[in-house]
Design a protein around this ligand. Structure first.
Ligand code: FRU
Length: 458
């Protein structure tokens, strides 16, 4: 642990080497499975494997052996996981339910979809003998299958460059094409990846990662709200692009299968500099898992509760005149919750380390996140940035800071911004300043998050 650089405490990171997208998210018998794009021999993206971990509380993760290795069909790119409850695939041979992974084979030649299965709750894996199960219809990009059970069959969403395709199957082994969505809708500044079609009561949301072309540059996640009739997805906001998170570091998020309510996790990074971030001996972390809901057409994200990890909680009511500031020392792992008295307030939060600071400015129109001088920014010229999120009145904030990341949830998760930073120091100084003309009253709860079993050590 001593020589590890920027190891998060309560966010998932691999023991060593490279990680990108979450894959195969699945809940079975009390265990949340998290697979992930992994290069086990380097901190640079390379031949993709599926790394694997499980958790019972979404905070403590146990590392398990690599689940899927590249084979003659190609590397193992992103994909999803289902439990084949009714044994539609015929792969179940005794009482044990089969977990089926549906993933992309990526080779120099093409991308196709393959499957693998486990009869022992994900501990050992077998590739299906007749892979691939879905051939390529001559598309350069044909990847990231997300499968779910809908009425009496399986549905797959697949990313195909500038659109999403939907496929259907009775048995996970044979797939037929249904429809395409999105060629002329939403943002198209980059390639579409990692789709997920999620049901919220009577509404549907189609998640689409896009790289580059995000609102603040590089990788980001857009979503479409609308309807799905079992064959075709239709969107109810043509001409408007909706973004899940305005920060630079939220990508490839998808939901867990096997749960009643949608829950997702994302890769906390951006392809613009992911291969250069100064962490060691690993590179790549996940976000905190977030519960999803849909409110008036807006995707709302609430981080899972970290209360069980809180070792000390201090509540303070602060009244600040114009330009007055409130300063406290916070640990590198901290949750801060703030309630603001007036929704018209203008204020800032400066988080200062030994070699820099990051500044977040709040106003009733926007939030601006400035990490130009946030310590180590020199590893990539794409990293230092000023990032903006449009928003209306701010009532409540929740910041989850974990060593080198900051996830900001506003008004109970209606606006979200996730950003990395790399600052030195045993602890940080956190300063709240009133930038408006009226008196500002803030209720600040600072919660120190205790040390977890290090996720990184063997
Ligand atoms: C998204 C992505 C996927 C692909 C994987 C490769 O970050 O590009 O489209 O399957 O990463 O590692």
């Amino acid at each position: 642990m001593q020589n590890e650089q920027y190891r998060p405490g309560f966010h998932f990171s691999p023991e060593e080497n490279w990680l990108n997208d979450p894959n195969g998210l699945c809940y079975l018998d009390g265990e949340y499975h998290l697979f992930y794009q992994h290069h086990p021999h380097s901190k640079i993206w390379g031949p993709m494997h599926w790394g694997h971990a499980v958790s019972r509380d979404l905070l403590h993760w146990e590392h398990l052996p690599i689940a899927l290795f590249p084979d003659d069909n190609g590397q193992i790119f992103s994909g999803s996981m289902v439990v084949d409850e009714q044994n539609t695939s015929g792969l179940q041979i005794d009482d044990h339910k089969v977990m089926v992974a549906i993933f992309t084979y990526h080779s120099d030649k093409e991308e196709t979809q393959g499957i693998a299965y486990s009869r022992d709750k994900g501990r050992t894996w077998e590739k299906y003998a007749d892979n691939p199960v879905l051939d390529n219809p001559e598309l350069k990009d044909f990847r990231d299958p997300k499968v779910f059970w809908h009425h009496d069959h399986w549905m797959m969403s697949l990313a195909c460059g500038d659109h999403i395709r939907f496929y259907k199957s009775d048995n996970l082994l044979e797939w037929s094409y249904l429809s395409s969505f999105g060629e002329k809708l939403g943002a198209h500044g980059g390639v579409w990846e990692c789709p997920d079609l999620i049901r919220f009561d009577d509404k549907w949301v189609l998640i689409v990662s896009i790289n580059p072309g995000g609102p603040n540059g590089g990788s980001a996640i857009q979503y479409f709200t609308g309807d799905f009739d079992g064959e075709v997805f239709s969107c109810d906001h043509e001409g408007e692009t909706k973004w899940a998170d305005y920060g630079r570091d939220f990508y490839a998020a998808v939901t867990w299968s096997g749960l009643d309510k949608p829950l997702w996790i994302g890769w906390m990074n951006n392809w613009q500099y992911a291969n250069e971030v100064p962490t060691d001996p690993f590179r790549g972390t996940m976000t905190i898992p977030r519960r999803l809901s849909l409110e008036n057409g807006v995707l709302v994200q609430q981080p899972v509760e970290v209360d069980s990890l809180v070792e000390e909680s201090v509540q303070q009511t602060v009244v600040l005149a114009e330009t007055e500031a409130f300063v406290e020392t916070v640990p590198r792992q901290v949750q801060v919750k703030v309630a603001v008295s007036s929704q018209e307030s203008r204020f800032s939060c400066v988080l200062k380390g030994e070699n820099g600071e990051l500044i977040i400015q709040f106003s009733p129109e926007r939030v601006v996140f400035d990490r130009r001088n946030s310590g180590d920014v020199s590893f990539s010229e794409m990293f230092p940035s000023v990032d903006t999120m449009p928003c209306s009145s701010i009532e409540k904030l929740q910041l989850l800071i974990d060593d080198s990341s900051n996830e900001l949830f506003i008004n109970d998760g209606k606006y979200v911004m996730t950003e990395l930073f790399y600052m030195k120091g045993e602890s940080f100084e956190m300063k709240w300043m009133n930038e408006g003309q009226d008196q500002l009253e803030m209720d600040v709860v600072t919660e120190r998050i205790g040390a977890l079993q290090p996720t990184g050590m063997k």
